[in-house]
Design a protein around this ligand. Sequence first.
Ligand SMILES: Cc1ncc(C[n+]2csc(CCOP(=O)(O)OP(=O)(O)O)c2C)c(N)n1
Ligand SMILES: [Mg+2]
Length: 371
Amino acid sequence: MSHTAETLQLLAPDGRLVENESAERYKPIVDGLDESLLQSFHRTMSVIRAFDIEAGNLQRQGQLALWIPSLGQEAAQVGSGYAARPQDHIFPAYREHAVGHIRGLDVVQIIAMLRGLSHGGWVPEEVGNFHLYTLVIGSQTLHATGYAMGVQFDGLIGTGDADRDTAVMVYFGDGATSQGDVNEAFVFAQSYRTPQVFFLQNNHWAISVPVSVQSRTPLFHRPAGFGIPSVQIDGNDVLASYAVTLESLDAARSGEGPRFIEALTYRMGAHTTSDDPTKYRADDEVESWRRRDPIARFETYLRGLGASETFFADVAQEAADFAADARRRTLALEPPAAESMFAHVYSEQHPLMDAQREWLRSYEASFGGDA
Ligand SMILES: Cc1ncc(C[n+]2csc(CCOP(=O)(O)OP(=O)(O)O)c2C)c(N)n1
Ligand SMILES: [Mg+2]
Protein backbone atom coordinates (compact mmCIF):
# COMPACT_ATOMS: atom_id res chain seq x y z
CA MET A 1 0.00 0.00 0.00
CA SER A 2 1.92 2.99 -1.22
CA HIS A 3 1.26 6.65 -1.81
CA THR A 4 -1.79 7.58 -3.87
CA ALA A 5 -3.35 10.83 -5.01
CA GLU A 6 -5.12 10.95 -1.64
CA THR A 7 -1.85 11.01 0.29
CA LEU A 8 -0.96 14.45 1.54
CA GLN A 9 2.58 15.38 0.63
CA LEU A 10 4.17 18.79 1.11
CA LEU A 11 7.75 17.86 0.27
CA ALA A 12 8.31 15.58 -2.74
CA PRO A 13 11.03 12.91 -2.73
CA ASP A 14 13.16 15.17 -4.95
CA GLY A 15 13.27 17.72 -2.11
CA ARG A 16 10.95 20.26 -3.72
CA LEU A 17 7.78 21.68 -2.24
CA VAL A 18 4.61 20.21 -3.71
CA GLU A 19 2.23 22.66 -5.31
CA ASN A 20 -1.34 21.46 -5.42
CA GLU A 21 -4.66 22.25 -3.76
CA SER A 22 -4.11 20.07 -0.69
CA ALA A 23 -0.62 21.42 -0.13
CA GLU A 24 -1.90 24.98 -0.53
CA ARG A 25 -3.94 24.61 2.65
CA TYR A 26 -0.80 23.99 4.71
CA LYS A 27 1.27 26.68 3.01
CA PRO A 28 0.85 29.20 5.85
CA ILE A 29 2.29 26.67 8.31
CA VAL A 30 5.22 25.80 6.04
CA ASP A 31 5.90 29.46 5.25
CA GLY A 32 5.83 30.23 8.96
CA LEU A 33 8.58 27.74 9.85
CA ASP A 34 11.66 29.61 10.94
CA GLU A 35 15.17 28.56 10.03
CA SER A 36 16.04 27.28 13.46
CA LEU A 37 13.05 24.92 13.58
CA LEU A 38 13.87 23.63 10.09
CA GLN A 39 17.41 23.01 11.27
CA SER A 40 16.12 21.25 14.38
CA PHE A 41 14.10 18.86 12.21
CA HIS A 42 17.25 17.86 10.37
CA ARG A 43 19.42 17.73 13.49
CA THR A 44 16.97 15.58 15.44
CA MET A 45 16.39 13.15 12.58
CA SER A 46 20.15 12.77 12.09
CA VAL A 47 21.00 12.47 15.77
CA ILE A 48 18.34 9.85 16.42
CA ARG A 49 19.34 7.85 13.37
CA ALA A 50 22.94 7.71 14.58
CA PHE A 51 21.81 6.80 18.08
CA ASP A 52 19.43 4.12 16.80
CA ILE A 53 22.16 2.47 14.73
CA GLU A 54 24.55 2.58 17.68
CA ALA A 55 21.97 1.05 20.01
CA GLY A 56 21.52 -1.79 17.49
CA ASN A 57 25.30 -2.30 17.51
CA LEU A 58 25.33 -2.37 21.31
CA GLN A 59 22.69 -5.09 21.27
CA ARG A 60 24.76 -7.15 18.81
CA GLN A 61 27.73 -6.76 21.12
CA GLY A 62 25.77 -8.24 24.01
CA GLN A 63 25.13 -4.99 25.85
CA LEU A 64 21.34 -4.99 25.47
CA ALA A 65 18.75 -7.75 25.56
CA LEU A 66 16.87 -6.20 22.66
CA TRP A 67 16.76 -3.14 20.43
CA ILE A 68 13.76 -1.79 18.54
CA PRO A 69 14.97 0.19 15.52
CA SER A 70 13.32 3.41 14.37
CA LEU A 71 15.37 3.57 11.14
CA GLY A 72 13.36 5.11 8.31
CA GLN A 73 10.58 6.49 10.50
CA GLU A 74 12.40 9.65 11.57
CA ALA A 75 10.30 12.15 9.60
CA ALA A 76 6.96 10.83 10.87
CA GLN A 77 8.23 11.02 14.44
CA VAL A 78 10.16 14.28 14.29
CA GLY A 79 7.47 16.27 12.47
CA SER A 80 4.71 15.14 14.82
CA GLY A 81 6.92 15.38 17.91
CA TYR A 82 7.78 19.03 17.26
CA ALA A 83 4.13 19.86 16.64
CA ALA A 84 3.16 19.08 20.25
CA ARG A 85 3.18 21.72 22.98
CA PRO A 86 4.91 21.20 26.35
CA GLN A 87 1.64 20.61 28.23
CA ASP A 88 0.45 17.90 25.81
CA HIS A 89 0.69 14.25 26.78
CA ILE A 90 2.30 11.70 24.50
CA PHE A 91 1.60 7.97 24.68
CA PRO A 92 4.18 6.06 22.61
CA ALA A 93 4.30 2.44 21.49
CA TYR A 94 7.96 1.34 21.66
CA ARG A 95 9.70 2.71 18.59
CA GLU A 96 9.28 6.46 19.16
CA HIS A 97 12.84 7.25 20.23
CA ALA A 98 12.84 10.56 18.32
CA VAL A 99 9.65 11.76 20.00
CA GLY A 100 11.02 10.87 23.43
CA HIS A 101 14.21 12.80 22.67
CA ILE A 102 12.20 15.85 21.59
CA ARG A 103 10.16 15.73 24.81
CA GLY A 104 13.33 15.70 26.93
CA LEU A 105 13.80 11.99 27.62
CA ASP A 106 17.43 10.94 27.95
CA VAL A 107 17.46 8.15 25.35
CA VAL A 108 19.92 6.17 27.48
CA GLN A 109 16.90 5.51 29.69
CA ILE A 110 15.42 3.52 26.79
CA ILE A 111 18.67 1.59 26.64
CA ALA A 112 18.61 1.02 30.41
CA MET A 113 15.14 -0.49 30.10
CA LEU A 114 16.16 -2.76 27.24
CA ARG A 115 19.24 -3.75 29.20
CA GLY A 116 16.94 -4.95 31.96
CA LEU A 117 17.93 -2.30 34.49
CA SER A 118 14.51 -0.76 35.02
CA HIS A 119 11.02 -2.19 35.15
CA GLY A 120 9.18 0.63 33.45
CA GLY A 121 11.56 3.24 32.14
CA TRP A 122 10.91 6.76 33.33
CA VAL A 123 8.55 9.14 35.13
CA PRO A 124 6.42 10.84 32.45
CA GLU A 125 6.08 14.16 34.25
CA GLU A 126 9.89 14.42 34.42
CA VAL A 127 10.27 13.88 30.66
CA GLY A 128 7.80 16.20 28.98
CA ASN A 129 4.73 14.05 29.64
CA PHE A 130 6.19 11.32 27.47
CA HIS A 131 4.49 8.24 28.90
CA LEU A 132 5.95 4.77 29.15
CA TYR A 133 6.77 2.52 26.24
CA THR A 134 4.01 -0.05 25.86
CA LEU A 135 4.87 -3.47 24.50
CA VAL A 136 1.33 -4.81 24.75
CA ILE A 137 0.25 -3.89 21.24
CA GLY A 138 -2.32 -1.13 21.05
CA SER A 139 -3.13 -0.90 24.75
CA GLN A 140 -1.63 2.59 24.93
CA THR A 141 -4.48 3.87 22.74
CA LEU A 142 -6.90 3.11 25.57
CA HIS A 143 -4.56 4.66 28.13
CA ALA A 144 -4.42 7.77 25.96
CA THR A 145 -8.17 7.95 25.48
CA GLY A 146 -8.73 7.55 29.22
CA TYR A 147 -6.17 10.25 29.90
CA ALA A 148 -7.78 12.52 27.31
CA MET A 149 -11.16 12.02 28.99
CA GLY A 150 -9.51 13.15 32.24
CA VAL A 151 -8.08 16.24 30.53
CA GLN A 152 -11.56 17.03 29.32
CA PHE A 153 -13.14 16.49 32.76
CA ASP A 154 -10.49 18.84 34.21
CA GLY A 155 -11.65 21.57 31.83
CA LEU A 156 -8.29 21.81 30.09
CA ILE A 157 -9.64 22.25 26.58
CA GLY A 158 -11.31 25.02 24.65
CA THR A 159 -10.38 27.82 27.08
CA GLY A 160 -8.41 29.68 24.42
CA ASP A 161 -5.32 29.77 26.65
CA ALA A 162 -2.54 28.42 24.42
CA ASP A 163 -0.39 27.44 27.39
CA ARG A 164 -3.17 25.61 29.17
CA ASP A 165 -5.35 23.86 26.61
CA THR A 166 -4.06 20.31 26.42
CA ALA A 167 -4.13 17.54 23.86
CA VAL A 168 -3.10 13.90 24.01
CA MET A 169 -1.32 12.14 21.17
CA VAL A 170 -0.95 8.40 20.88
CA TYR A 171 1.38 6.53 18.54
CA PHE A 172 0.60 3.06 17.28
CA GLY A 173 1.36 0.81 14.33
CA ASP A 174 -0.48 -0.69 11.38
CA GLY A 175 -0.61 -4.07 13.12
CA ALA A 176 -2.09 -2.48 16.23
CA THR A 177 -5.15 -1.38 14.26
CA SER A 178 -6.27 -5.03 14.29
CA GLN A 179 -6.42 -5.04 18.10
CA GLY A 180 -9.75 -4.72 19.89
CA ASP A 181 -8.21 -2.17 22.28
CA VAL A 182 -7.50 0.27 19.46
CA ASN A 183 -11.03 0.04 18.11
CA GLU A 184 -12.46 0.47 21.60
CA ALA A 185 -10.31 3.57 21.98
CA PHE A 186 -11.85 4.97 18.77
CA VAL A 187 -15.35 4.33 20.10
CA PHE A 188 -14.74 6.11 23.40
CA ALA A 189 -12.73 8.91 21.81
CA GLN A 190 -15.47 9.85 19.42
CA SER A 191 -18.27 9.22 21.89
CA TYR A 192 -16.67 11.57 24.44
CA ARG A 193 -15.06 13.81 21.78
CA THR A 194 -11.73 13.51 23.54
CA PRO A 195 -8.93 16.03 22.86
CA GLN A 196 -6.80 13.46 21.14
CA VAL A 197 -4.75 12.69 18.05
CA PHE A 198 -4.32 9.09 16.94
CA PHE A 199 -0.98 8.99 15.13
CA LEU A 200 -0.62 5.79 13.14
CA GLN A 201 2.80 5.01 11.75
CA ASN A 202 2.02 2.62 8.95
CA ASN A 203 5.49 1.18 8.43
CA HIS A 204 3.96 -1.54 6.24
CA TRP A 205 4.84 -4.47 8.50
CA ALA A 206 3.69 -5.97 11.78
CA ILE A 207 6.72 -8.18 12.36
CA SER A 208 6.31 -10.56 9.37
CA VAL A 209 2.70 -9.68 8.46
CA PRO A 210 2.34 -7.09 5.68
CA VAL A 211 -0.23 -4.33 6.09
CA SER A 212 -1.96 -5.58 2.94
CA VAL A 213 -3.05 -8.63 4.95
CA GLN A 214 -4.01 -6.65 8.07
CA SER A 215 -6.38 -4.41 6.13
CA ARG A 216 -8.08 -4.61 2.75
CA THR A 217 -8.78 -0.86 2.87
CA PRO A 218 -6.36 2.00 3.44
CA LEU A 219 -6.17 2.33 7.20
CA PHE A 220 -7.11 6.01 7.18
CA HIS A 221 -10.52 5.04 5.74
CA ARG A 222 -11.39 3.12 8.89
CA PRO A 223 -11.86 6.07 11.29
CA ALA A 224 -14.74 7.32 9.11
CA GLY A 225 -16.76 4.39 10.44
CA PHE A 226 -16.20 5.77 13.93
CA GLY A 227 -16.89 9.36 12.92
CA ILE A 228 -13.29 10.47 13.39
CA PRO A 229 -11.83 12.84 10.77
CA SER A 230 -8.70 11.36 9.26
CA VAL A 231 -5.94 12.13 6.82
CA GLN A 232 -3.24 10.06 5.19
CA ILE A 233 0.14 11.69 4.86
CA ASP A 234 3.48 10.83 3.35
CA GLY A 235 5.19 9.85 6.59
CA ASN A 236 8.65 10.34 5.11
CA ASP A 237 7.86 14.01 4.63
CA VAL A 238 8.73 15.82 7.83
CA LEU A 239 6.86 18.95 6.75
CA ALA A 240 3.60 17.07 6.18
CA SER A 241 3.99 15.29 9.49
CA TYR A 242 4.56 18.59 11.30
CA ALA A 243 1.83 20.61 9.58
CA VAL A 244 -0.94 18.03 9.82
CA THR A 245 -0.14 17.15 13.42
CA LEU A 246 -0.06 20.83 14.37
CA GLU A 247 -3.48 21.36 12.85
CA SER A 248 -4.90 18.18 14.41
CA LEU A 249 -3.57 18.93 17.90
CA ASP A 250 -4.95 22.47 17.68
CA ALA A 251 -8.37 21.06 16.82
CA ALA A 252 -8.18 18.62 19.71
CA ARG A 253 -7.13 21.34 22.19
CA SER A 254 -9.89 23.64 21.12
CA GLY A 255 -12.53 20.98 21.80
CA GLU A 256 -13.27 19.71 18.30
CA GLY A 257 -12.74 16.08 19.30
CA PRO A 258 -10.32 13.42 18.12
CA ARG A 259 -8.37 13.30 14.85
CA PHE A 260 -6.58 10.50 13.08
CA ILE A 261 -3.38 10.68 11.04
CA GLU A 262 -2.03 7.78 9.03
CA ALA A 263 1.64 8.39 8.21
CA LEU A 264 2.85 6.12 5.41
CA THR A 265 6.42 5.20 6.17
CA TYR A 266 8.63 2.14 6.19
CA ARG A 267 10.45 0.10 8.78
CA MET A 268 13.86 0.01 7.10
CA GLY A 269 15.41 -2.26 9.69
CA ALA A 270 14.32 -5.42 11.45
CA HIS A 271 11.21 -5.46 13.64
CA THR A 272 13.58 -5.85 16.57
CA THR A 273 17.03 -7.35 16.91
CA SER A 274 15.27 -10.71 17.48
CA ASP A 275 13.97 -10.72 13.93
CA ASP A 276 15.41 -11.42 10.46
CA PRO A 277 13.34 -9.55 7.86
CA THR A 278 15.17 -11.16 4.92
CA LYS A 279 13.09 -14.27 5.67
CA TYR A 280 9.81 -12.60 4.74
CA ARG A 281 10.28 -9.51 2.60
CA ALA A 282 11.88 -8.78 -0.73
CA ASP A 283 15.04 -6.73 -1.14
CA ASP A 284 13.54 -4.65 -3.95
CA GLU A 285 10.78 -3.43 -1.62
CA VAL A 286 13.36 -2.27 0.90
CA GLU A 287 15.39 -0.72 -1.90
CA SER A 288 12.39 1.24 -3.23
CA TRP A 289 11.88 2.76 0.22
CA ARG A 290 15.56 3.51 0.59
CA ARG A 291 15.12 5.86 -2.35
CA ARG A 292 12.48 7.70 -0.29
CA ASP A 293 14.76 8.20 2.69
CA PRO A 294 13.23 10.95 4.86
CA ILE A 295 16.53 12.51 5.90
CA ALA A 296 18.00 12.68 2.39
CA ARG A 297 14.80 14.31 1.15
CA PHE A 298 14.85 17.00 3.79
CA GLU A 299 18.55 17.59 3.31
CA THR A 300 17.92 18.31 -0.37
CA TYR A 301 15.19 20.76 0.63
CA LEU A 302 17.47 22.58 3.08
CA ARG A 303 20.22 22.78 0.49
CA GLY A 304 17.71 24.36 -1.87
CA LEU A 305 17.01 26.95 0.83
CA GLY A 306 20.72 27.70 1.02
CA ALA A 307 21.85 25.73 4.09
CA SER A 308 25.64 25.63 4.22
CA GLU A 309 28.08 22.72 4.05
CA THR A 310 29.23 23.71 7.51
CA PHE A 311 25.73 23.20 8.88
CA PHE A 312 25.55 19.65 7.51
CA ALA A 313 29.07 18.85 8.69
CA ASP A 314 28.23 20.14 12.18
CA VAL A 315 25.07 18.05 12.34
CA ALA A 316 26.97 14.95 11.21
CA GLN A 317 29.53 15.55 13.95
CA GLU A 318 26.83 16.17 16.53
CA ALA A 319 25.08 12.92 15.54
CA ALA A 320 28.33 10.95 15.83
CA ASP A 321 29.10 12.53 19.22
CA PHE A 322 25.58 11.83 20.48
CA ALA A 323 25.86 8.15 19.51
CA ALA A 324 29.34 7.86 21.04
CA ASP A 325 28.12 9.46 24.25
CA ALA A 326 25.19 7.01 24.40
CA ARG A 327 27.65 4.12 23.99
CA ARG A 328 29.94 5.45 26.71
CA ARG A 329 27.08 5.95 29.13
CA THR A 330 25.60 2.53 28.31
CA LEU A 331 28.85 0.82 29.19
CA ALA A 332 28.95 2.77 32.46
CA LEU A 333 25.42 1.79 33.51
CA GLU A 334 25.27 0.00 36.85
CA PRO A 335 22.59 -2.48 37.87
CA PRO A 336 20.17 -1.04 40.43
CA ALA A 337 20.49 -2.08 44.07
CA ALA A 338 18.47 -5.27 44.62
CA GLU A 339 16.34 -3.63 47.29
CA SER A 340 15.11 -1.02 44.81
CA MET A 341 12.61 -3.66 43.66
CA PHE A 342 10.58 -2.95 46.81
CA ALA A 343 10.56 0.80 46.34
CA HIS A 344 7.53 1.44 44.15
CA VAL A 345 5.28 -1.51 44.92
CA TYR A 346 3.18 0.70 47.19
CA SER A 347 3.11 4.47 47.01
CA GLU A 348 3.98 4.69 50.71
CA GLN A 349 6.16 2.63 52.98
CA HIS A 350 4.43 -0.69 53.61
CA PRO A 351 5.06 -3.34 56.34
CA LEU A 352 4.95 -6.18 53.82
CA MET A 353 7.68 -4.58 51.73
CA ASP A 354 9.70 -3.83 54.89
CA ALA A 355 9.50 -7.51 55.82
CA GLN A 356 10.52 -8.68 52.33
CA ARG A 357 13.39 -6.19 52.17
CA GLU A 358 14.60 -7.47 55.54
CA TRP A 359 14.30 -11.08 54.38
CA LEU A 360 16.39 -10.35 51.29
CA ARG A 361 19.00 -8.55 53.39
CA SER A 362 19.40 -11.46 55.79
CA TYR A 363 19.37 -14.01 52.95
CA GLU A 364 22.19 -12.19 51.20
CA ALA A 365 24.05 -11.84 54.51
CA SER A 366 23.84 -15.64 54.90
CA PHE A 367 26.42 -15.93 52.09
CA GLY A 368 28.91 -14.22 54.36
CA GLY A 369 29.53 -11.12 52.21
CA ASP A 370 28.63 -7.53 53.03
CA ALA A 371 24.93 -7.27 53.79
C1 LIG B 1 -1.24 -7.85 22.54
C2 LIG B 1 -0.01 -8.27 21.81
N1 LIG B 1 -0.08 -9.20 20.82
C3 LIG B 1 1.04 -9.57 20.15
C4 LIG B 1 2.24 -9.03 20.48
C5 LIG B 1 3.49 -9.45 19.70
N2 LIG B 1 3.90 -8.35 18.83
C6 LIG B 1 4.92 -7.52 19.18
S1 LIG B 1 5.18 -6.33 18.03
C7 LIG B 1 3.95 -6.92 17.04
C8 LIG B 1 3.65 -6.24 15.72
C9 LIG B 1 3.18 -4.84 15.85
O1 LIG B 1 3.13 -4.25 14.59
P1 LIG B 1 2.72 -2.74 14.40
O2 LIG B 1 1.56 -2.40 15.24
O3 LIG B 1 2.60 -2.52 12.95
O4 LIG B 1 3.96 -1.92 14.99
P2 LIG B 1 5.48 -1.89 14.48
O5 LIG B 1 6.21 -2.92 15.31
O6 LIG B 1 5.50 -2.19 13.04
O7 LIG B 1 5.98 -0.54 14.81
C10 LIG B 1 3.35 -8.04 17.61
C11 LIG B 1 2.26 -8.79 16.99
C12 LIG B 1 2.29 -8.09 21.53
N3 LIG B 1 3.45 -7.51 21.89
N4 LIG B 1 1.16 -7.71 22.17
MG1 LIG C 1 4.01 -1.79 11.62
